[in-house]
Design a protein around this ligand. Structure first.
Ligand SMILES: Cc1ncc(C[n+]2csc(CCOP(=O)(O)OP(=O)(O)O)c2C)c(N)n1
Ligand SMILES: [Mg+2]
Length: 139
């Protein structure tokens, strides 16, 4: 299942919840479905969406909080998971999308092996071109 399809499926249930996303692709995808004032797209702070969600959930026990995280981001803040487990607020849901990649920073090479192949062949073409070039004349 594509992440955007999962987001589309749960989008209606997000109306009355505070939503925190990690930066990058998940934020862009959620925003592409439709921004709402209760959506907060955390920028730059890779791994800290869950910590921010935890803070909000503890500070606002009447609110329902959802965090959308990435697999790479979770790995950046494993210590945060122990804090989540310590408090375990019932009003917090932590969703981790596991796409086995850091998609936001390297979409082509992670997602489409064909691109890697194309790049490799472009490189070998240019190295062939380099070796075909006449060598520098001796001065
Ligand atoms: C501390 C820190 N290091 C690196 C980055 C650069 N960065 C932005 S998004 C990203 C990848 C995130 O991967 P993941 O959480 O798996 O989400 P995906 O992009 O796969 O949706 C990286 C490395 C950053 N924003 N902050
Ligand atoms: Mg990922």
């Amino acid at each position: 299942m594509l992440r955007i399809d999962a987001l589309r499926a749960i989008y209606p249930a997000l109306e009355d919840r505070i939503v925190v996303t990690i930066m990058g692709a998940v934020a862009a995808e959620l925003q592409s479905i439709g921004h709402r004032p209760n959506f907060f797209y955390l920028q730059h702070a890779m791994g800290l969406a869950s910590s921010m969600g935890l803070g909000i959930a503890l500070a606002k026990p009447q609110a329902s909080v959802v965090v959308f995280d990435g697999d790479g981001s979770v790995l950046m803040n494993l210590g945060g998971l122990t804090t989540l487990a310590r408090y375990r607020p019932r009003n917090l849901v932590h969703v981790v999308f596991d796409n086995e990649s850091l998609l936001s920073v390297s979409p082509a090479s992670r997602r489409r092996p064909a691109c890697r192949a194309r790049r490799r062949s472009a490189r070998s073409t240019s190295s062939r071109a380099r070796s075909a070039r006449p060598s520098r004349p001796a001065i």
